[in-house]
Structures are given as C-alpha cells and as structure tokens.
Design a protein around this ligand. Structure first.
Ligand code: SF4
Length: 251
C-alpha cells in the first residue's frame, strides 16, 4: 500500500479498471498458504503497473506494481477496486519482466504495492526474480499478514509500512478485528530484521484526534521507528458516506 496513498495509484487503478493493461487472467494458487517462496511469479494478480515513479520509494527511481486484494476495508481507502481478491489481474507478470529488461541501468528498483501485496503467495518468487535481475525490491504493506511478510523480508530492500492508528482505534479504521495486532507485529518484524522502513500514518479525522496522533507518535518512537511520515486523507475515490463524515469532522 503505498504506500496506499501513492499519487500514482488512482491513475493506475483507473487503467486497470478499464482493462487497458491487458486481458483479464485468473491466477493459479491464489489463497494457498505456506507457498510464498515456491510459486511462480506468473500467477500474480496485478491490477496496475506504473512504469516510472519518483515518490513510491523515497530517493529512488522505480516502477510500481499494484497487486489485487486486501483483507481490510479502511474508511478512507481510495482504491476500493483493489480490495476484492476475486478480481482477476489485468497485467501479466511478463509485462513487468519486459519493462525491467528494457530499463536496466535506468530504474533503481520495483515496488510491490496494493491492495496488500503479501496476500499473494507468488510474491516471493516475483521478488526473487527482480533481485536476480539486479533491481532493488521495495514493498508497500499494511502489515496485515505478518507471517507472510516474514517469509519475504529477506528479499526486501525497503518497506513503506502503514501504521494507521493507536492499537485501540485500529478496528475503527480497518473494519477488521485484530488488525492492530497484525500491523504492530509486522512493524516489529521489520524493525528486528533491520530492513530500512518508512512508517506512514494517514490521519483519518473521523476516527483520530490530535491527541491520538501524538499518542501514536510516542508509541512509534518507543518502538524505535526513526522515519515516520504523516499523510492527510484524500477524498478522491472514497465513498460518498465517508466524504460526508470527513466534511463533518473537518467542520
Ligand atoms: S483497505 Fe486499507 S489497507 Fe487495504 S488497500 Fe485500502 S487503504 Fe490499504
């Protein structure tokens, strides 16, 4: 995810929705557990591809793939089309591979974003292929699947991790119980692994007030986070109900 607030994401999703990147395809092996590093990257459900981004990995020139499916349903999600795991991908992995082969020496790396990239069992195979081609591997994640994250962390050069709220307010944003446990466990894993990480918090004023944000900042500092970025909610792509709630919260 972008983080999930990548400036490129809305444009990419619009292309994906229109099918402009290629024919729909149904991946093999989606939903299987414990196969993160053994499946072939061809099965990735890719909703969109940005061939050049300067913001998805700070300081790097990258391409970004947006992987379909997310187990959460955040209040402010501005790409709800990426949530449904049953939606077929529209970009073949071969297209990503082809792009990278033409950009050797021009791109620093590939960022896997979403949706929630760690949902897909083929992620590790794809990351390994990217590394073997000489590119860096970036990952945007909400931390929804700590065990799957742990299984690919050794292949990742940089993580953009969304930490959305203090633990007691997490469910109010994601709509899913125990999402806080997953996210903070993922943060612990990344910090312990020593992988460079930028923690991002999109502040939802319908749930968080400034004291909540200050509380979260203290927690993150205590955990050892050194790079924390606050992001403001954008209304583009959000539901009319959320836009109404946001306007009321900001009034
Ligand atoms: S539902 Fe939440 S975690 Fe999932 S893609 Fe949307 S903003 Fe990201």
């Amino acid at each position: 995810m972008t983080s999930h607030d990548s400036s490129d994401l809305a444009r990419v999703t619009a292309r994906a929705r229109s099918g402009a990147q290629g024919p729909g395809r149904t991946p093999s092996g989606v939903g299987r557990r414990g196969a993160v590093l053994n499946d072939d990257a061809e099965g990735l459900q890719i909703a969109g591809l940005t061939s050049l981004s300067t913001c998805d990995w700070p300081g790097r020139l990258v391409a970004t793939v947006f992987l379909q499916g997310c187990p959460w349903s955040c209040t402010y999600c501005h790409n709800p089309e990426l949530i449904d795991p049953r939606t077929p991908g529209v970009v073949p992995w071969a297209q990503v591979r082809g792009l990278l082969s033409r950009r050797v020496g021009l791109l620093d790396g590939l960022v896997f974003s979403g949706g929630e990239p760690t949902r897909q069992p083929m992620l590790g195979s794809a990351m390994r292929e990217v590394k073997e081609a000489g590119f860096g591997v970036g990952l945007h994640t909400s931390g929804a699947y700590p065990r799957r994250l742990a299984s690919v962390l050794g292949l990742v050069d940089w993580v953009g991790l969304d930490i959305k709220a203090p633990a007691d307010l997490y469910e109010a944003i994601t709509g899913v119980g125990r999402s806080a446990q997953a996210a903070f466990e993922s943060l612990r894993l990344v910090l312990d692994a020593g992988v460079p990480v930028q923690v991002r918090t999109t502040v939802d004023p319908t749930v968080l007030d400034e004291e909540d944000v200050a509380r979260l900042v203290r927690v993150l500092r205590h955990l050892g986070v050194q790079d924390h970025v606050r992001q403001e909610v954008r209304t583009l792509g959000t539901t009319p109900e959320y836009q109404e709630a946001l306007a009321a919260a900001r009034a």
